[in-house]
Write a protein that binds this ligand. Structure first.
Ligand SMILES: Cc1cc2nc3c(=O)[nH]c(=O)nc-3n(C[C@H](O)[C@H](O)[C@H](O)COP(=O)(O)OP(=O)(O)OC[C@H]3O[C@@H](n4cnc5c(N)ncnc54)[C@H](O)[C@@H]3O)c2cc1C
Length: 592
């Protein structure tokens, strides 16, 4: 008991605090690799800034074929399959079920971590208050991952952290020119709005407490409702105060400017003719946050290492969004709301940024990793955060199995971590995946170019396609010489990393996972046309008899891992139909 309220005790290998995309991916990766996980999330839903409570679409590395894969691609493809009109409740449900589907995850929603007990320098347990049950939940675990964005476990555990912008002198970052020592400024927070276009006009009456704006008040911030990529991210405040303690009062002001901006869109003489059929659909009341505390790990990624391409031997994730730094004054600054500095795409992010330097059993993933403010302005996007979460969860499963801490994984198990990530379709741009011995030693029959299926690269890179194209009904076969025990197949299909076949809206192909504003007669979304939908795997015995081992006509995922059994002289893959293209495009087919 804690006062008059009950305390429920949970035991796990890993406790993840915070269920945004980084925390969700950390929990799922650890669980799938055998760790018992408790995922504690203070909101009623998962997804953090990607959820229906905040409504930011997932961005990531720029450039051709740079889309993040692994768990984030699994979510994104499930969303294309099940959510044709990009409904936020359906997307919430897809993130929720990803956690719910894992027997190894105990999910504590509506539970806010606010305490932690130490044993020496290590975290022994964390405790949270669950508002729906009026219970405290205490999670005792070997390992902890702080994915809360605001790094709630840093002050509670005494882990070192940074807050604010680095001066130029500190890391030699040229972008920091002009920043004074002791700076505590950050990027701000935002309450988003969404709108939809209808076939009839509508009026908008603003609340009396909304701000009033004219065109002159909104330099660089005039909404363009005809672009599907319009969203209201620049409704931003709070970076020049305390981006944690000031949240509630900042929210009040954010709501005043959100309604005020929509009043401008609907009622300003310069806008109202163009926007008469647009209607306000939703206003977010929970501010989405961009920046607060960042952990100090064994390495701090900065502008220079990022711009140099981040070729670390312990690269476990990559970024590729530009350094997109927002003015701390946000909406109160009348100049451009952000300044964009180039970043290579991809650049590597080292594993040493993903755990605390001084608390030996504490990982971190998401916007709170060990980076400078200027590097954060790139690493913070959610495609990147999801990769960081997957890396942390996979590392935690290894650490739990080996009964060691995060740093030991760096010292003794980094190759295993990297290979496991690549096997799970998390792309590591500077590494090649190892091929299982059974596939390496077998004869591969399929036609010219089939060798690409076992080259250890699962996406196009530079001039190399790294894939194999065939017609539906063609056969790709591994011949083993003598019958061999087969335990499974691993296939990576082309899921269109550039999403070429997505619907065109407002004259451009729309490639994000969700939409902000919905135009009239928005076309339905669908799985990528290049993706193979129907295929079979067969086994051939020593006498040439063929047996179907697996068949599906509903594949909508890029990575397929099919358990197989039996002793076979050959195993065949027969792609039979795609979601729309004439030919099938496969990056990898291996048996083991
Ligand atoms: C307005 C806005 C626009 C943005 N635009 C984009 C964009 O277009 N594309 C893009 O990819 N990124 C964008 N970003 C950046 C991106 O959303 C964040 O950097 C990213 O969400 C960080 O991921 P995270 O998992 O670390 O944190 P979050 O997504 O914030 O998730 C952390 C979760 O932890 C929970 N939590 C916090 N404290 C506790 C606690 N004590 N106990 C339990 N749970 C807790 C929170 O409720 C939250 O759900 C934007 C951010 C904002 C605010």
């Amino acid at each position: 008991m804690n006062g008059c309220f009950e305390t429920v005790i949970h035991r796990a290998d890993l406790c993840v605090a915070g269920g945004g995309l980084s925390g969700l991916c950390a929990a799922v990766a650890a669980a799938r690799h055998g760790a018992k996980v408790v995922l504690v999330q203070d909101r009623p839903m998962l997804g953090g800034n990607a959820s229906s409570e905040i409504r930011m679409w997932v961005c990531g590395a720029g450039g051709s074929n740079m889309r993040e894969t692994g768990l984030i691609e699994e979510l994104s493809l499930e969303n294309l399959y099940r959510n044709p009109d990009k409904n936020y409740s359906v997307w919430d449900g897809i993130m929720y079920e990803m956690a719910r589907n894992e027997d190894n995850i105990e999910l504590l929603l509506n539970c806010s971590v606010n305490d932690c007990a130490m044993d020496g320098g290590r975290i022994a347990s964390v405790t949270g208050w669950q508002s729906t049950t009026q219970q405290f939940h205490k999670v005792e675990a070997k390992l902890f991952a702080d994915c809360s964005g605001d790094s709630v476990l840093a002050p509670l555990s005494g882990a070192e952290y940074r807050h604010g912008r680095e001066t130029e002198a500190e890391f030699g970052e040229s972008i920091g020119k002009g920043v004074l020592p002791g700076d505590r400024k950050t990027m701000g927070m935002s309450c988003m709005i969404q709108a939809r276009q209808e076939s009839r006009p509508s009026d908008f009456i603003p609340p009396k407490w909304a701000k009033h704006f004219t065109k002159e008040d909104l330099p660089h911030r005039i909404p363009n409702m005809s672009s599907p990529y319009e969203n209201f991210w620049y409704l931003e405040l709070g970076g020049d105060g305390d981006s944690i303690a000031d949240t509630e009062k900042t929210r009040d002001e954010l709501l005043q400017i959100a309604y005020g901006l929509w009043d401008f869109v609907k009622n300003d003489p310069s806008m109202r003719e163009k926007t008469r059929n647009w209607r306000l659909d939703w206003v977010g009341i929970l501010p989405g946050k961009r920046e607060s505390r960042r952990y100090v790990g064994d390495y701090i990624l900065d502008q220079n290492s990022l711009q140099a391409g981040g070729r670390f031997e312990d690269t476990v994730a990559y970024g590729g969004w530009p350094m997109d730094d927002h003015d701390p004054r946000g909406f109160k600054n009348t100049d451009r709301p952000n300044a964009v500095y180039p970043a290579p795409s991809p650049y590597g992010i080292p594993y040493r940024c993903l755990y605390s330097r001084n608390v030996p059993n504490l990982f971190c993933a998401g916007r709170n990793i060990s980076v400078t403010h200027w590097a954060l302005s790139s690493t913070r996007v959610m495609g990147t955060c999801a990769l960081l979460g997957q890396a942390v969860g996979t590392a935690a499963a290894i650490a739990s199995r080996e009964d060691c801490g995060p740093r030991d994984v760096y010292l003794h198990h980094i190759d295993e971590l990297k290979q496991t990530l690549m096997d799970d379709d998390s792309y590591l741009p500077f590494d090649r995946r190892e091929i299982p011995t059974l596939s390496k030693e077998a004869e591969l029959v399929g036609g010219e170019g089939a060798e690409a299926l076992r080259n250890g690269f699962d996406r196009p890179a530079g001039e190399a396609d790294n894939g194999f194209i065939c017609l539906p009904g063609d056969v790709i076969e591994y011949r083993f010489g003598a019958p061999s025990e087969v335990h499974g197949a691993r296939i990576v299909w082309d899921s269109e990393l550039n999403r070429e076949s997505m619907p065109r809206i407002g004259g451009c192909v729309f490639t994000h996972n969700m939409m902000c504003n919905k135009p009239l007669d928005m076309p339905d979304f669908h799985p990528p046309k290049a993706l193979t939908k129907r295929y079979r795997i067969t086994g051939v015995d020593r006498d040439g008899n063929e047996e179907t081992l697996f068949f599906t006509e509903d594949n909508h995922q890029r990575l397929n891992r099919i358990p197989l059994c039996g002793s076979w002289a050959a195993v065949r893959l027969v792609p039979e139909a795609t979601w729309g293209n004439e030919k099938c495009h496969i990056f990898s087919f291996e048996v083991y």
